[in-house]
Design a protein around this ligand. Structure first.
Ligand SMILES: [Zn+2]
Length: 261
């Protein structure tokens, strides 16, 4: 597969700093580079993941790029302190996005009120720092769309990571100026996500792994890593009826514009 070498790929969502990669992080980065992955964007989780994330940036400069936020599943009683830590970090270092933030009503609804407050604060931070927002919307797409509308469409741009919606949802969020993140899920015989990708169109799609999670077929259930984006690209090439190289190039252009790379 010669086209792989010419490919330009950006993984816009990869937690490569997590312990799942401690044994072979160097190899995972070089496997990705061999397949054409030029950048690996790293979404933060909470105050404890900042240091390992910045260590990964130091080890792979210009390749692994950090983002900053408090993950919605990490919003608990101490979320004010956690938000303070994220805000302080933003003043001390260059970050490429506000991520990942959002609302997760799948795992736990205990802190729904706090999750909403936290998401609103992240929208403000995205505007203040002129950064795109990386949104985790699990069982919460309507609520998130309402919050963005209330905040003001046009004040922020960003991506709905692991896009959970259907074709009409994809049209709604792209009309608001947002992109959709497509990863391994699209290979799961997932009609809904294929239709969402077609509705969004290649000019509104960025690629992502969400590594170590959500590995594509044929690695479903195993640890995910950036090199597996080639399987996502092949699937998108089939769905969108364009060549794999074009999927890589167009989604890379989108990511470079979105994250100002
Ligand atoms: Zn994630």
């Amino acid at each position: 597969m010669i086209y792989i070498c010419a490919m330009q790929i950006i993984d816009t969502h990869n937690h490569i700093y997590l312990p799942e990669f401690d044994a072979d992080r160097d190899e995972a980065v070089s496997r990705a580079a061999d397949a054409g992955v030029r950048k690996i964007m790293m979404p933060n989780i909470d105050s404890s993941s900042i240091e390992p994330m910045l260590t990964a940036e130091e080890r792979y400069p210009g390749i692994c790029l950090p983002m900053m936020a408090l993950h919605p599943t990490s919003v608990r009683g101490n979320y004010r302190d956690e938000l303070d830590a994220a805000e302080a970090a933003l003043l001390n270092h260059k970050y490429y996005g506000i991520g990942e933030t959002g609302i997760d009503l799948y795992w736990d609804k205990t802190f729904i009120k706090e999750q909403v407050i936290s998401f609103r604060r992240h929208l403000e931070l995205a505007e203040e720092h002129k950064l795109p927002v990386v949104i985790h919307a699990r069982e919460s797409l309507e609520l998130i769309i309402d919050e963005i509308r209330a905040f003001g469409t046009g004040r922020v741009k960003g991506v709905f990571h692991a896009f959970p919606g259907n074709a009409s949802d994809a049209r709604r969020v792209t009309e608001m100026g947002f992109m959709i993140g497509i990863g391994g899920v699209v290979t799961f015989r997932n009609e809904k996500q294929s239709e969402a990708a077609i509705a969004a169109g290649v000019s509104n799609i960025v690629l992502e792994t969400d590594a170590p999670y959500l590995a594509p077929v044929p690695f479903r259930g195993k640890r995910n890593e950036a090199v597996y984006l080639t399987y996502v690209i092949d699937k998108l090439s089939e769905i969108l009826a364009i060549s794999p190289v074009e999927v890589g190039d167009r989604t890379t252009d989108n990511a470079m514009r979105l994250f100002n790379l």
